[in-house]
Design a protein around this ligand. Sequence first.
Ligand code: MN
Length: 514
Amino acid sequence: MKKSALLDHARPFYEKDQLLELEHAIDVASEAHKGQKRKSGEPYIIHPLSVTSILIDWGMDIDTVLAGVLHDTVEDTDITLEKLESLFGKDVAFLVDGVTKISQARAGMQDLMHYLPQTTDNLSKLLIAVGQDVRVVIIKLADRLHNLQTLQHMTREKQIKIARESLEVFAPMADRLGMGRVRVQIEELAFSYLDPVEFKRLQGQMRKRLGKSTRKLGIVRAEVEKTLKENKIENEINGRVKSVYSLYKKLKKTDGNIDDIYDLMALRVVVETKEDCYRVLGILHALYQPMIARIKDYIAIPKPNGYQSLHTTVLTPSQQIVEFQIRTFKMHEYAERGLAASFHYNEQKKSKAYTKGKSKDGTAVLPGHMQWISQLQEIATKLGNGEEIPREQLSIDLFDDRIFVYSPRGDIYNLPEGAFPLDFAYLVHSDIGKHVHSFKVNGAIQPFDKPLQNGDIVEVVTRKTAQPKTSWLELVKTTHARTKLKAQLRKNGAIEGISHAAAIIRDKARRKNT
Ligand code: MN
């Protein structure tokens, strides 16, 4: 990509003075990377410019775009952070610093999977960077996407390493930020390198199957369009084809045959309002036979990453099984672009608060489903204080699927899948956790050992006289609840005697050694 092409690409979106800054950044980066080459033999500057082009496509604000141009300068050239700050300001320097720290933590990324204490420093750098400003991760995702797009120039060994890391770390990150389109791009590219034979095989199978069903689906689509028009519901219908990687995952999970997968192609109905979504659902169910078990209301209960839609699968009179996804234009925009949409150049001002995990008075300003970002900061602080957090718990807190549960007042809480009622109690407040007597979930008494489900309404019944018990350690899943509970138990003297004394001695000995 040439400088002039990139500027033309940016021209319709940014103000004149912003474009001048962009030009300046390109000059600085070009000068700094002068003489450096990529594996492909091209001048290195092509990489940061391509990353910037991706960020412009995603509609990112100017600071993120400038940081994209400069993202490799501090790590790979003589330019210092101070220099960047004096040229482009604090925000841009902060973003570049965050991206640099993530790259330095790359070794640590692997260790996220095989956690070793000596990497806590890298890991905490990474987590702090993620927690402080989500735009750092967005730049990193653009960086990774371009590296995947140019992966053919790497050795086979490097290809496999990068592809695997992309599937294990970056795709889940994109998913967690609600960036569905980017997640799919990363997954498809990475999977095509990790297992090229299987990728081609599934792609071929899919083409064959889709060829058969596309014509029939056209008939259904026309019928639905006509009915919605009669009902005066403004809409857009399009087909969405399953990605090869998600087909692979589903086949693996169900041990199944491609003929048993009903949502290879789905019809997506996009409408103006939430009310219209439910009307469309009603109309579809009047038109076709719904398969009851397959109706999902992600509008009332969004997925943990904020995804919203109604899903239903119906049986047409010609015995064809068709999946529908119904959503508003706004929900559609979010499903595709996720949190990146809040940094849109048109909406930067409105969303300034989203960049930081918390506002000045300490109240969370991230949307409910983004609580994991502030939880990352919590883990980062602990790691920074030299506390050891077992690897399983780190990966639980970071990457496992998450659920939403509600307090009786309707406050929303985000927990890892498989979390127990006690995890909820400690998340609400450690004093509530401490005095738990029993739980009511959706109005009925629930035992301590039954995991919560997405959408549960959880009421904690407390008694002043209730006290935490050692056995509860088996009944919590999150690091947060375990840490609080352990502290309380220690305070109550429930964990004491030899094991406690031994722990102190071990701790002291270790400190002396370092
Ligand atoms: Mn890079």
